[in-house]
Design a binder for this molecule. Structure first.
Ligand SMILES: *Cc1c(COP(=O)(O)O)cnc(C)c1O
Length: 830
């Protein structure tokens, strides 16, 4: 072992050696060295190997700063925040890391000199699809913004072997294929840190005994099965600021020397099967968005994430400080939905059982450090786990939850002494013996936030009203955002160049600067430049659509896009009904002042969600009929773009004219797709739901296509909803429904859409699709007419982009930090 002084000297030498050049020649030679010497390939190899070699070369350029950032965060006593999330929908990393490192143009030149095309190499990277949709993508955008704001924030998640499934479309149906995103050979954007392996317990039982020295009652969790959590660290560079934060993803591994006794007794198979069982925990991401799944393995995943991450933080703390007096002053945990809400019980367990703290002290620490973000109002998404499953898998955390609940209900009964009903309603354990994870999260946190203004209000009025009455001070709003590094600078290079020419590039870290283009909104020359950028982006999108679907789109048509998870509340069905309406109009010759349209759908359905899968089939069947009809031609094209994912959205949102955000009012918590489209100059057609409300406030009523019932109207109508009345009252809807019911779109597959038809005609349809049909088609027609006035459309497009500044996650993260975490930004010296 070297002495401290020797080690320090070595570091200085290494630092000097490591001063890696950022010039074209440096990148070129490192790239070639990795390609030929490390990977054993050459310049004519598949793009995939070129991407790997280039990624290693770029990763090298992050390492020194990564280490410096880590040291800066650990040498002084400073507060840190930990973002706990079951999902990080990262997508590709190479493009983003080139941008944030500021080496895009040198890299592009280096590749060009070698006769290679950087864009093609970038496209060989597979998406890291470790999330379902908005919630997971938000976590990834948050990480980017925290690094850019120089905040000491670390992400904790799971390293699923298989991410979100790959979606194929066969005969109009969704087919799911496993997504081995790690690819062949090591993934270049992670570093295994086996030295920080943690041990996680499942099963067994608890035993109480009295400590002979202190006389204290101690609980032991015994005879548990143990699984190792091995961390893999992913670097998260800030934008040109030398900060490189860490996303730590845990991978499950059987403990070394697993079950040797069984092994020796000759139970080779059983022992190996058990090893495989342990490693199952992080095998696959559950592909359900906005719905709970109640599977044993899912609960194991949740506890695995929470226990590994909290042990990691507690151990780091103990390595530096003698006790936990200051722990709450220097640590903050943000729970991304209820998925990691077991953190409340697990931190109590670690502090009480392992560290010997009093319950009350431990509870102080827990509630001061935990904060909970709610992402949905849908009842079917609220996680509940049966007490039976808890007893079997997590006996000690369950006892702790019982104790938390007991003390909490005492508090409730003191506040409302006569109200037994209230105690029953608020109990963390419900009347069916389920643990309500949202209630555990609220009780154990000092902050509870929704993700858009409307959503946060609805939480206080509805779902969490009892808790709001008890603790109004806990409730707050943090409207979501997206990172403009990926969602504008990275994905729309032509618009970036135009913006640079007019207003410079400060908007890359200060998005409200986009306001500076607003004075140009009516400038004919600027409009023309804006138009050309949009047309080029539509061309790029049209080429991608043709490659994937074979359908040719005209870039002269209006690109009308709805891409997001397929869910009834998002109402892709309403959009399909509008498409059928347009088709009927064409067939009837009702086409005066027609605006040609290309309607693009995309999104995955949860594999067990039959209705959502059937909606995909309907879209595809309608597309087939419409696209094949010679009467239709360019007037209308319909495509279902398969395998919607982050890298697809990077092409889709720059090429969109009209963004469909048409959920039933009160159901979409925020939406973030809406913000990506707006930033890239699309106009929104939408309901007053989620962040649409704030988007409309920002752009003004005249630059937004609003339709549909509002939340209170939806709730009122529920009591006497009669969809048949809407059909009777609307000629257009009658034609659409009769064509659909006639089997016109499923001539060879009779009856396959009956469930869809019945659902929208049912008085209990929770999404009230038909109630909004008439106002939707009217506003769609307004949008179509507006599109014909090119100059006015361009003005609106420019204004949408110009006023998207508040929807940067830089703003969102600043608010989390100012109101909840209270961290000091740390400058990392270059
Ligand atoms: C932004 C994004 C989402 C979220 O879209 P919403 O329209 O807000 O539901 C989902 N999936 C991907 C791949 C995204 O990029």
């Amino acid at each position: 072992m070297p002495t401290q002084i020797e080690a320090k000297r070595m570091e200085v030498i290494i630092d000097m050696l490591q001063h890696i050049g950022m010039e074209k020649e440096d990148i070129e030679s490192d790239f070639l060295r990795y390609l030929c010497h490390t990977l054993g390939r050459n310049i004519t190899s598949e793009d995939y190997y070129l991407y790997k070699a280039l990624s290693y070369a770029i990763r090298d350029r992050l390492m020194t700063h990564w280490k410096k950032t880590w040291e800066a965060y650990n040498e002084k006593k400073l507060k840190k925040a930990y973002y706990l999330s079951m999902e990080f929908l990262i997508g590709r990393s190479l493009t983003n890391n080139l941008l944030n490192l500021g080496v895009e143009s040198e890299t592009e030149k280096a590749m060009y000199d070698l006769g290679l095309n950087l864009e093609e190499i970038e496209e060989a990277e597979r998406d890291a699809g470790l999330g379902n949709g908005g919630l997971g993508r938000l976590a990834a955008c948050f990480m980017d913004s925290c690094a850019t704001l120089q905040l000491p924030v670390m992400g904790y998640g799971l390293r699923y072997e298989y991410g979100m499934f790959r979606q194929l479309i066969q005969n109009g149906y969704q087919i799911e294929e496993p997504d081995h995103w790690l690819g062949v050979g090591p993934y270049p954007w992670e570093i295994e840190r086996a030295e920080y392996t943690r041990v996680i317990k499942f099963g067994g039982e608890t035993r109480e005994y009295v400590d002979p020295h202190t006389g204290q009652l101690i609980v032991h969790w015994e005879h548990a099965e143990v699984v190792e959590a091995v961390p893999f660290d992913v670097p998260i560079p800030g934008f040109k600021n030398s900060t490189v934060n860490t996303l730590r993803l845990w991978s499950a591994q059987a403990q070394e020397g697993f079950n040797l006794s069984q092994f020796n007794a000759g139970s080779y198979h059983e022992a190996v099967a058990e090893k495989a069982g342990a490693e199952n925990i992080t095998m696959v991401l559950y592909p359900n968005d906005s719905s709970e799944n109640g599977k044993e393995l899912r609960l194991k995943q949740q506890y695995f994430l929470v226990s590994a991450s909290l042990q990691d933080v507690v151990e780091q703390w103990k390595s530096k400080y003698k006790d936990f007096t200051d722990f709450a002053k220097f640590n903050a945990f943000q729970l991304n939905d209820t998925h990691p809400s077991l953190a409340v019980a697990e931190l109590m367990r670690l502090l009480v059982d392992k560290e010997g703290l009093d319950w009350d002290d431990a509870w102080q620490i827990t509630t001061k450090t935990m904060a909970y973000t709610n992402h949905t109002l849908l009842p079917e998404a609220l996680e509940k786990w049966s007490v039976g499953l808890f007893e079997k898998l997590l006996p000690r955390p369950l006892e702790i939850i019982y104790e938390i609940n007991h003390r909490f209900l005492t508090q409730v009964s003191m506040k409302w002494p006569a109200d037994v009903e209230k105690q029953r309603r608020m109990s963390i354990i419900d009347e069916h013996n389920n643990v309500c994870m949202a209630y555990l999260a609220i009780v154990g946190s000092h902050s509870v936030n929704g993700v858009a203004a409307l959503h946060s209000e609805l939480l206080k009025e509805g779902l969490f009203n009892d808790f709001y009455q008890l603790w109004p001070e806990k409730f707050n709003n943090k409207t979501n955002g997206v990172t403009q590094r990926r969602w504008l600078a990275g994905c729309n290079p032509e618009l970036r160049a135009l913006l640079k020419e007019k207003i410079g590039e400060d908007w890359i870290t200060k998005l409200t600067d986009l306001e500076k283009i607003e004075p140009l909104a009516m400038d004919a020359k600027f409009q023309q430049a804006w138009y050309e950028v949009k047309q080029n982006n539509k061309q790029r999108l049209a080429e991608m659509v043709e490659r994937e679907t074979g359908v040719k789109l005209s870039i002269e048509s209006m690109f009308d896009v709805q891409v997001k998870r397929i869910h009834e509340y998002k109402r892709q069905l309403l959009n399909v009904l509008h498409v059928i309406h347009l088709y009927v109009r064409i067939k009837n010759g009702d086409t005066q002042n027609w605006t040609n349209r290309s309607v693009i759908f995309g999104g995955k359905a949860a594999p067990g969600y039959a209705m959502a899968k059937n909606i995909i089939k309907l879209i595809n069947n309608v597309a087939q009929i419409v696209n094949a009809d010679p009467d239709v031609g360019d007037k209308l094209k319909v495509v279902f773009f398969p395998n919607y994912r982050v890298s697809a959205m990077e092409v889709i949102c720059p090429g969109t004219d009209l963004s469909e955000q048409i959920s039933t009012a009160g159901k979409e918590a925020s939406g973030t797709g809406n913000m990506k489209f707006m930033m890239n100059g699309a106009l929104t057609i939408g309901t007053l739901d989620g962040a649409n409300v704030e988007i409309r406030e920002a752009v003004g009523d005249e630059n937004f296509f609003l339709f549909g019932l509002q939340t209170p109207e939806v709730e009122e109508l529920r009591h006497h909803y009669q969809p048949q009345n809407y059909i009777n009252d609307s000629h257009a809807l009658q034609s659409v429904m009769s064509l659909l019911e006639s089997g016109h779109f499923n001539q060879f597959e009779p009856g396959i859409f009956n469930d869809i038809i019945n659902s929208i005609k049912s008085p209990t349809d929770p999404w009230m699709t038909l109630a909004d049909f008439q106002s939707y088609i009217e506003v769609q027609e307004q949008a179509a007419q507006a599109y014909q006035n090119r100059s006015n459309w361009l003005r609106m497009s420019i204004i949408n982009s110009a006023r998207s500044g508040i929807f940067s996650t830089d703003r969102t993260m600043k608010e989390y930090n100012d109101d909840i975490w209270k961290l000091e930004p740390i400058t990392i010296k270059n």
